[in-house]
Design a protein around this ligand. Structure first.
Ligand code: FAD
Length: 806
C-alpha cells in the first residue's frame, strides 16, 4: 500500500470509485481508494440502478446527462461490462401540476440539447404495450433512460482509475483521519497509514462514522428501501426488444424490465428508518427481510397501471439500506471548517449522478472549484442547526414524498422550527407565514385577519399572490418593515481590518467611516462567489453583510486570506437582528423614533451611523434591497422585539406595516437587482452579471484576482437581462428556458416574480450574447409553454435610482 497520495478516497461504492476515476482522469494519478470490504459493499450492490437524465434542478440535469453518456465510454475504455440497457423511459403525468413539471423539463431539455420529448398515447402504447395509459394527460419519452449493472459500473470506474495509476486497497478499513500541522492528513487503516493532501469521504452508509473520525457530524440518516422482481412474464418473454422503464411519479412507484420480468420499487408513506444512531461496522452484504405489505398502496397503483404486475409471481424482494440528507440531495464539497476534507455523501440516485458527481469532485479538488454551480448541493447549505431531530423529520418527509413535486417557493413544514428569533411569536400572532432560511424561520408574508395562514403550492399563482402584492404596494406607496435578521453579518476589527478586506474582496473598501460599498467576491474561475455590502464603522472596524443562506459557504473564502496580526473576524449573525424599513415614507417613520437627522445631506445613500431608534441602539445603513428609499436597522437580538414594536406602532401612523421576504423578492426584481445563487454564482463572470463595475484592478491583489484577470478581457458568454412576460396565471420562478421567436433556445430564467407596483410579470435571466436587443421579442417557457416576452432596456422601477437617493 502506498504511504503517500494526493488524495485518499474512503469508500469503494459507486461514488467513491467514480471520484477516484475522475481524479485520475483529470491528472492526479497518485490517488488511493480504501475500501473496508469488497467494492460495492454498501448501498451499491443491491440497487435497482435505474438511470434518468432530467431533474428539476438544471445543473443536476446536466450532471445526470453527463453520467448517462459516460457509462458507454467507460465500458469501451476499460473493457469492463457495465450492463447498460437504454430502452428509454416513459414519464407519465396524471395531474395538471405533473404535466407542468414535465413540460418545464422538456423545455429545459431543448435548451441543453437533451432528448426528452412528448409522445402521444399511440406511440406510448407501441413503446410499452403493457401499460394502461387511461387517465394519463401527458407522456414524455427519454430515449436514453434505462438501467445499468451496479457491480459492473463500479468495477469499470475502478478499472479506469487503475489504468491511470490509481491504487485500490480492498479489505482495508479506515480507522482514523488525523489532520497534520502542515495541512496534510494521515489516514489510518488496519494496514498502516497514508499521508495525503485530500481526504474524501465517500463512505455512503458509513459516511457519518467516517466523518466522526474528523470530529464532524453530518446530517444523514439511513432508511430501508424495497423493490421486488417478478417471475418471467410471458408477454415480455415474447417480445424481441426491451421495454422502456416507467416513471409514474403520481403513482409513487418505479418500474422497469428486469430479465424477462419486471422490477417494481416504491417509496412508501409508512417508511422505516434503520441504524438511526450509527451504521453497524459489522454490516456487510446483507439485506433486511422483505415487507411488501408496507408498500402495498404503491403496488396497487402499479398494478392498476401495469396489470401484469398483479398476476406475475414475485421472484425476489430486495430490502436494503440507503442514506439520506434532509433534502435528499448530496452533501457535497469541501468541509469549510477543515482543510482539504471533501464530502460526497447522502446520494440517493447514485446511478444517475455518479459520473457528474465524480467529475465535479475532481474539478473542485484539482482546479479549486467545480465548473457547474453546486450551491444547492453544497454541504455548506446546512449548519450546526441541522441536528438529529431536524434531520430525522426532514428525511421522513423526503422519503415518504419522494416523488412529490417540489414546487417553486414551496416551504415544507417537517422538522421546523429549528431556529427562531425573539420576534417569531409576535410575527406569528400577526399572521406571519414563514419560510426556512439557513435554519431560521423568517416571515414570507403576513395573512390579514380571516385569510388562511398556510400557503398552497403549485406552478401557477397561489394563495399568497394577493397578500404579497398588498405588501409590495404598501411599501412602494408608504413604507414597509421587513425582517432581515436572516442576512449573514460579520464583524472585522483591528489594525489590519481594512487590509484584510481589501485582500479578500474585489472592490476597494470605503476609506471614510460611515461609508458603505458593494463588492463582489471572486471565485477560483473568476466568477462571482458572493456579493456583499461592507460598511466602515470606525477606523479599525467594519461590518460585512451577505446572503444568509451562504453563511457557511462564505467561510471557505474568508479562511483563504490570513487575518493580519491583532485583527479579528467573527460572525454576528446570531447575535444581531435587523429590519429594513423602506418606502417613500420610511424616513418619516424612522424620524419619529429618533433624534438623528435622517435628511439626505446628513445621512446620504450608502452611508451608515449608529443611531437610537425607539430607545434601541441600532447600526443604521442607508441601503435597501427594495430599490426604494430605506434604512437597514441592525440591533442586538435581545432588542429585536422592542425595536419591532416601535416600528410597527409608529408605522401605523404613516400607513406602513410588516412586509415579508416574498414581497422583497418581487420588489428587488422590479428594480433589476440580482441575488445570490440566482443571478450571482461562480458560473457567471463579473462582466456577465454587470458587477465588473465594482472590481478595482488597480488596488493591488485580492482573492482570485488572477483568475478574474484571465477572463476579464473575454466577451460575456451570456448576459443578464430583464424580461417583461405576458403571463396570466403563472409567473416565471427560475429555471425556465428562454427561446427566440423561432424556438431557438437562447437562455434561462434565474428569478421571476410579478412586479405588483409596475404591473408586469418579470423575469431576470441569462441569454446568449447573440445580438438580441431591448424591445426584441422572446418567449419564456413558463409551465413549459411559450409565453411572449420582451427584453427590457431598463428595470421598470426607478431606472435612474432616484428613489434610493431622495
Ligand atoms: C434498494 C435500493 C434501490 C436503489 N435503486 C437505485 C436506482 O434505481 N437508481 C439509483 O441511481 N440509485 C439507486 N439506489 C441508490 C444507490 O444504491 C446509491 O445512490 C449508491 O449506491 C450510493 O453509493 P455510495 O458509493 O455513495 O455508497 P455505498 O454504496 O454505501 O458505498 C460506501 C462504501 O464505503 C465503504 N466504507 C464505509 N466505511 C469505510 C471505512 N471506514 N473504510 C473504508 N471503506 C469504508 C463501504 O464498505 C462501502 O463499500 C438504490 C438503493 C437501494 C437501497
Amino acid at each position: 500500500m502506498r504511504t503517500h497520495a494526493q488524495a485518499v478516497v474512503i469508500g469503494g461504492g459507486l461514488v467513491g470509485c467514480s471520484i477516484l476515476y475522475h481524479l485520475a482522469k483529470l491528472g492526479w494519478s497518485d490517488v488511493v481508494l480504501l475500501e473496508r470490504d469488497e467494492l460495492t459493499s454498501g448501498s451499491t450492490w443491491h440497487a435497482a440502478a435505474g438511470i434518468h437524465g432530467l431533474h428539476d434542478s438544471t445543473n443536476i440535469s446536466r450532471l445526470q446527462h453527463y453520467t448517462m453518456g459516460l457509462y458507454k465510454e467507460l465500458e469501451a475504455e476499460t473493457g469492463q461490462g457495465c450492463g447498460i440497457f437504454q430502452p428509454g423511459s416513459l414519464y407519465l403525468a396524471q395531474t395538471e401540476a405533473r404535466e407542468h413539471q414535465l413540460r418545464l423539463q422538456e423545455a429545459k431539455a431543448r435548451r441543453y440539447e437533451m432528448n426528452f420529448h412528448e409522445v402521444n398515447r399511440a406511440e406510448a402504447e407501441r413503446l410499452h404495450p403493457l401499460v394502461n395509459f387511461d387517465g394519463i394527460r401527458c407522456i414524455m419519452y427519454e430515449p436514453s433512460g434505462g438501467n445499468v449493472d451496479p457491480s459492473g459500473v463500479t468495477h469499470a470506474y475502478a478499472a479506469g482509475a487503475r489504468q491511470r495509476g490509481a491504487e485500490i486497497n480492498r479489505f482495508t478499513p479506515v480507522t482514523g483521519t488525523e489532520p497534520q500541522a502542515d495541512g496534510s492528513w494521515i489516514v489510518r487503516t488496519t494496514k498502516g497509514g497514508i499521508r495525503t493532501q485530500w481526504v474524501v469521504n465517500a463512505a455512503g452508509l458509513w459516511a457519518r462514522e467516517v466523518a466522526a473520525m474528523a470530529g464532524l457530524q453530518l446530517p444523514l440518516i439511513p432508511t430501508e428501501h424495497q423493490y421486488f422482481v417478478t417471475e418471467t412474464i410471458p408477454e415480455i418473454a415474447a417480445m424481441d426488444r426491451r421495454l422502456p422503464s416507467v416513471a409514474d411519479r403520481d403513482g409513487e412507484y418505479y418500474l422497469r424490465q428486469e430479465g424477462l420480468g419486471l422490477l417494481v420499487g416504491a417509496y412508501e408513506r409508512d417508511m422505516k428508518f434503520w441504524a438511526e444512531e450509527s451504521t453497524p461496522l459489522t454490516f456487510g452484504h446483507e439485506l433486511f427481510p422483505g415487507d411488501l405489505d408496507r408498500i402495498e398502496p404503491n403496488l396497487l397503483r402499479a398494478m392498476d397501471r401495469v396489470p401484469v404486475v398483479g398476476t406475475a409471481g414475485v421472484k425476489r424482494i430486495i430490502n436494503g439500506p440507503m442514506i439520506w440528507s434532509p433534502d435528499s440531495a448530496a452533501l457535497f464539497g469541501p468541509v469549510p471548517e477543515l482543510r482539504n476534507y471533501f464530502c460526497c455523501c447522502g446520494i440517493i440516485p447514485g446511478f444517475s449522478q455518479s459520473g457528474g458527481l465524480g467529475r465535479l469532485s475532481a474539478e473542485w479538488m484539482i482546479e479549486g472549484e467545480p465548473s457547474l454551480d453546486m450551491f444547492g448541493w453544497d454541504m455548506a447549505r446546512y449548519g450546526h442547526w441541522a441536528g438529529k431531530t431536524f434531520t430525522k423529520a426532514r428525511v421522513q418527509d423526503q422519503y415518504a414524498h419522494r416523488f412529490k413535486i417540489h414546487f417553486p417557493n414551496e416551504e415544507r413544514e417537517a422538522g421546523r422550527p429549528v431556529r427562531t428569533r425573539p420576534a417569531y411569536a409576535l410575527q406569528k400572532e400577526m399572521g406571519g407565514v414563514f419560510g426556512l432560511n439557513f435554519g431560521w424561520e423568517h416571515p414570507l408574508w403576513f395573512a390579514a385577519p380571516g385569510e388562511p395562514r398556510t400557503e398552497t403550492s403549485g406552478f401557477t399563482r397561489q394563495n399568497w399572490w394577493e397578500p404579497v402584492g398588498r405588501e409590495a404596494r404598501m411599501l412602494r406607496d408608504s413604507a414597509g418593515i421587513i425582517d432581515i435578521s436572516n442576512f449573514a453579518k460579520y464583524e472585522v476589527k483591528g489594525p489590519g481590518a481594512e487590509t484584510w478586506l481589501n485582500a479578500l474582496f474585489a472592490n476597494r473598501m470605503p476609506s471614510k467611516t460611515g461609508r458603505s460599498c458593494l463588492t463582489p467576491l471572486i471565485g477560483k474561475r473568476g466568477g462571482i462567489a458572493g456579493d456583499f455590502t461592507v460598511t466602515r464603522l470606525g477606523e479599525e472596524e467594519f461590518m460585512i453583510i451577505g446572503s444568509g443562506m451562504a453563511e457557511r459557504f462564505h467561510q471557505r473564502f474568508f479562511k483563504a486570506v490570513p487575518l493580519p496580526p491583532e485583527t479579528t473576524f467573527r460572525s454576528i449573525t446570531e447575535a444581531t437582528c435587523g429590519f429594513n424599513v423602506a418606502g417613500p415614507r420610511s424616513r418619516e417613520l424612522i424620524q419619529r423614533l429618533t433624534n438623528a437627522d435622517l435628511s439626505t445631506p446628513s445621512f446620504p445613500f450608502m452611508t451608515s451611523r449608529r443611531i437610537t431608534v425607539g430607545g434601541v441602539e441600532t447600526m443604521a445603513l442607508r441601503v435597501s434591497f427594495t430599490g426604494d428609499l430605506g434604512w437597514e436597522l441592525h440591533c442586538a437580538e435581545s432588542d429585536q422585539v422592542a425595536l419591532y414594536n416601535s416600528l410597527l406602532e409608529t408605522g401605523r401612523e404613516v400607513d406602513a406595516g410588516p412586509v415579508g421576504s416574498r414581497a422583497l423578492m418581487s420588489l428587488r426584481i422590479e428594480k433589476g437587482y440580482g441575488s445570490w445563487s440566482r443571478e450571482y454564482s461562480p458560473e457567471y463572470w463579473p462582466q456577465e452579471t454587470g458587477l465588473e463595475r465594482l472590481i478595482r484592478m488597480d488596488k493591488g491583489d485580492f482573492l482570485n484576482r488572477s483568475a478574474y484577470s484571465a477572463i476579464a478581457g473575454e466577451p460575456a458568454r451570456d448576459r443578464l437581462v430583464m424580461l417583461s412576460v405576458a403571463a396570466r396565471d403563472a409567473d416565471a420562478s427560475g429555471g425556465e428556458s428562454i427561446f427566440l421567436p423561432d424556438a431557438t433556445p437562447v437562455g434561462q430564467v434565474t428569478s421571476g416574480a410579478y412586479g405588483y407596483t409596475v404591473g408586469k410579470s418579470l423575469a431576470l435571466g441569462y441569454i446568449k450574447n447573440n445580438g438580441v436587443k431591448p424591445g426584441d421579442k422572446l418567449t419564456v417557457a413558463i409551465l413549459g409553454r411559450p409565453h411572449d416576452a420582451v427584453l427590457l432596456e431598463h428595470p421598470p422601477f426607478d431606472p435612474e435610482g432616484k428613489r434610493l437617493r431622495i
